[in-house]
Design a protein around this ligand. Sequence first.
Ligand code: SAM
Length: 307
Amino acid sequence: MFSYRHAFHAGNHADVLKHTMVIAMLRHLTEKDTALVAIDTHAGAGLYRLDGDYAGTSGEAAEGVLKLAAALSDKNPGGPAIKDIAPALQDYLSLIATFNKGDSHSVYPGSPFIIQSLLRTEARDKLKLFELHPTDIKALAGNIAQLNAGRQVAVAREDGFEGLKAFLPPPSRRAFVLIDPSYEIKSDYGKVSACIQDSLTRFATGTYAVWYPIIPRPEAHDLPRRLKTLANRAGKSWLHATLAIGQDEERKTLGEPAARGQGLTASGMFVVNPPHTLKGALQLALPQMVQILGRGKGQGHTLESGG
Ligand code: SAM
């Protein structure tokens, strides 16, 4: 069950989509004075080294955050590849840069660190983190301890789908929930739908963000449809964004088997009760992500909303 390690994938195109959206949502949610509880049901290790063994082996960040940062750098001889960089994309890159010295990109923050960096005081906002992997929970707890964030951040070695229940509804009646499983086991898809259904019953006005991989598997294909139905039935607004970087035709011609050479080429985020500013932010950011990260056939994005 525990073969998935996010360290292999940190900073890839899926993280670019997911984390850009998380940042855009939290920017909006922390504008209001009232306290906010953020819950990350599948937290991972929290911090990753992009020059370390794991990320170095897979090289996925090279087709994600590193490609984006290089293309949009104002130090490029001809200037950034895009003149008017979408504010959400700029915000993403600027936040990642705060974890690194100078122009280096040796450290990549996972969702726990990204979220924590956007929260306000310990007295106001809280962060609950769940992680089950025996190695990653140790790394996460150690990384979080270095933050000296006091009682703002709580780490639990617990099933995030179950652990979430105890925090809904939060006393402040404001919550942001990120549900980002590894989908190693097929049952994760059903658990995500059940989790959203249960969470909306416990606390209908929370913002729930679900990441999922776009892969040729019926469960993956059905998930956004199920979530749409759940949100519509509950009378809640929703937003669905996808990013596909497409096939690398060059690699194909080099004779690499597509499945091994291409890895994950697309993913999506489904948000229930999204901040009203999110769609506008993504209308600008998604085409730019495709422009820079796109590799060819099948590249593109979608953005729809409802409710
Ligand atoms: N959210 C992280 C980020 O954006 O940086 C990445 C998380 S990774 C995609 C999924 C994580 O969930 C893995 O570290 C895995 O060990 C953990 N995991 C798997 N099943 C879990 C469960 N039932 N409850 C909590 N964590 C789980």
